[in-house]
Design a protein around this ligand. Structure first.
Ligand SMILES: [Zn+2]
Length: 95
């Protein structure tokens, strides 16, 4: 219980990785940490996540107790990042 926050962060990192791999989230070409939503449907990320979970991905099994939990987390990170451009590109003068 003491590492609850760290666990949540690890979950979000894993979910973000899946969303990026599926093309739902995109990493800015200029800013490594600039992540924004791409042209794809969030369903693509759900599908990739559930396929991984069903296949028995070690990391996902360790982080998420159910496929639903993973899906919820993917939804959370994608919703959190919802933007047409990366946050850093969006703020002029902040290079
Ligand atoms: Zn950027």
């Amino acid at each position: 219980m003491s590492d609850a926050l760290g666990h949540g962060e690890a979950q979000r990192n894993a979910a973000t990785g899946i969303a990026i791999e599926s093309g739902v989230l995109q990493v800015c070409a200029i800013h490594e940490d600039g992540i924004f939503t791409g042209p794809k449907n969030i369903e693509d990320a759900y599908k990739l996540g559930s396929a991984r979970f069903k296949r028995g991905d070690e990391q996902l099994k360790r982080l998420f107790s159910s496929q639903q939990e993973l899906t919820d987390c993917i939804q959370e990170v994608v919703t959190m990042r919802e933007a047409d451009v990366c946050g850093s590109c969006d703020s002029p003068g902040n290079s």
